[in-house]
Design a binder for this molecule. Structure first.
Ligand code: COA
Length: 183
């Protein structure tokens, strides 16, 4: 049985190892990373197996356009290769999107494979007035609207808007601590 839970600091090591396995070191060079580094995610979920081992991860990040209009950037999404095809990615996605709706967010954007994300309502070509702080393939720059008209209100280059990661700002890995300790 796989359970979707809120990510906790105890998951950090396994999550980083899974992302290294799925994306390699190049993950830190991605344009999306420019909107995540040094920030805390708004939502972060882990998929755990029956033994409590992390087998999947997804995070969502707050970003704003040139006028301060906010949207959520989703990613990275990854599932352990040994557990793929079991709807773990599907459950992580649906949980993440449901939480975004429940918390009143108007849209979610990501850079990824349309053939996978289309099943959740994501489409290309909805962000023509929006850019990221770096190159992005047009057909991989995807968005889904959670509140009608929200995407048409976005304009200009997106910048990071999430809470600052205190651990990251003192030189530790940015992914190290969701809940920095006062020591
Ligand atoms: C993409 C990923 C998260 C899917 O996780 P998963 O738990 O295997 O997904 P699910 O079981 O919910 O769904 C599997 C379905 O997605 C499809 N799928 C998986 N990756 C896909 C991709 N890149 N493009 C299109 N379809 C894809 C599978 O073919 C399968 O299709 P089916 O339901 O018609 O048989 C996982 O393959 C993964 O971690 N990949 C490496 C990292 C990655 O690419 N992350 C996404 C960034 S774009």
């Amino acid at each position: 049985m796989i359970e979707i839970v809120d990510e906790a600091p105890v998951h950090t090591g396994a999550r980083e190892a899974l992302l290294d396995l799925c994306f390699g070191e190049e993950r830190f060079a991605k344009t999306s990373e420019r909107l995540r580094e040094g920030r805390l995610p708004v939502f972060a979920y882990a998929a755990l197996d029956a033994e409590g081992v992390l087998v999947g991860t997804v995070r969502l990040w707050s970003v704003v356009d040139r006028n301060g209009a906010q949207t959520l950037l989703l990613g990275p999404l990854a599932v352990d290769p040994s557990r793929r095809g079991l709807k773990v990615g599907d459950r992580l996605m649906r949980h993440a999107l449901n939480q975004a709706v429940l918390h009143g967010h108007g849209s979610v954007i990501l850079v990824g494979d349309l053939p996978f994300y289309a099943r959740f309502g994501f489409a290309a070509g909805r962000l023509d007035a929006v850019s990221l702080p770096g190159p992005v393939a047009y057909d991989r720059f995807l968005a889904v609207e959670l509140a009608q008209g929200h995407l048409s209100g976005l304009n200009g280059e997106l910048t990071a808007a999430g809470a600052l990661d205190a651990a990251g700002s003192i030189g530790l890995s940015t992914g190290l601590s969701l809940f920095p300790q006062a020591i």
